[in-house]
Design a protein around this ligand. Structure first.
Ligand code: AMP
Ligand code: MG
Length: 299
């Protein structure tokens, strides 16, 4: 498992104003790792990812048996940051019955006919489940804040759309998350942090590989033009919405294997911290099991 010390550096301290530039996008936020050759680190990271995949599978079974807690994983990142691939790799060992992945796109008219949190509450994981949000209610303070004209289509009560309006949204999000946490949901929020150069490389890859054409969307280029605006709204959002109950982690994501290993490690460590156990049967229940066994054998 990865050292707590390393993970702590990725967690955004509640209320702290951070600069994304001071968070690495590369493979080694960790000073200790820099002394090793990249190949060695990659090999070790792959081993850790594999170990965590197994731990995650057994933790998820315990969540299911316990049926009290749920886990909500929120994944955000610029286009091409690797959200889909991370989900595929990290969740691959988990029983599909106890896991649900939801991707959020531009809201439909039916969705904007409700409050902005409605569509996300509809898809929350049940007790015992791990839910993954591929984009989330955070889009409503990210893409919508970068393009405030989007609010015009949302049938909101009139009013100024200044700082107060956005502060109210952060407050609503924090209250929503606090409610979920108090009711047994563990919330883990990951920002897959890539550099602008890496995004260029990945978009070009989509444009130069026939099997990847389908991944390209014209909006990827349009939004890239707003790169700096996005970095700024992300920074504000971290300061306003990283809480002790639901912290943000800024994950270096220029190397996919780094991002996947870190995300898997944090999820698996945090679920294990719930210290879930298989139920211990009472003497009476044990007796019932024994007698049922005998009865069946006699058949
Ligand atoms: P993708 O994840 O590549 O399939 O793209 C989904 C698109 O939906 C992205 O461009 C998001 O910015 C956009 N999107 C997601 N949620 C919202 C939202 N609440 N309001 C407006 N656009 C959104
Ligand atoms: Mg896309």
């Amino acid at each position: 498992m990865i050292k707590e010390k390393v993970i702590r550096k990725l967690r955004v301290i509640p209320g702290k104003i951070i600069k994304l530039k001071s968070f690495e996008t590369g493979w080694a936020q960790n000073e200790e790792l820099k002394v090793y050759e990249k190949g060695v680190v990659k090999e070790r990271a792959t081993e850790i990812l594999e170990a965590n995949r197994l731990t995650l599978a057994s933790s998820q079974e315990l969540l299911w048996v316990d049926n009290i807690h749920s886990v909500l994983i929120v994944l955000q990142g610029m286009d091409t940051a690797g959200k889909d691939g991370t989900i595929r790799h990290v969740m691959s060992g988990v029983n599909p019955q106890g896991c649900r992945v939801c991707s959020f796109k531009v809201p439909t008219p039916d969705e904007t006919d409700h409050n902005f949190l409605w569509r996300y509450s509809r898809d929350l994981p049940r007790r015992g489940e791990i839910g993954v949000f591929n984009r989330s209610y955070y889009e409503d303070v990210l893409v919508v804040k970068v393009h405030p004209e989007l609010l015009e289509g949302q049938q909101l009560p009139s009013g100024k759309r200044g700082e107060k309006f956005w502060d109210a949204r952060y407050e609503d999000i924090n209250a929503f998350e606090r409610h979920l946490v108090r009711n047994g949901t563990m919330i883990l929020k990951f920002f897959l942090h890539i550099s602008k150069d890496e995004q260029k490389k990945r978009i070009l890859e989509r444009l130069e590989t026939e099997e990847k054409y389908w991944k390209f969307s014209l909006s990827d280029l349009d939004e890239r033009a707003f790169w700096d605006a996005y970095q700024k709204v992300y920074e504000t959002m971290f300061a306003k919405t990283s809480t002790d109950a639901a912290p943000w982690y800024i994950i270096p994501a220029d190397y996919k294997w780094v991002a996947r290993t870190l995300v898997a490690d944090i999820i698996s460590t945090r679920i294990q911290s719930l210290d879930l156990k298989y139920p211990v049967l009472s003497a009476e229940q044990l007796k019932a099991v024994e007698s049922a066994r005998e009865q069946l054998k006699k058949e």
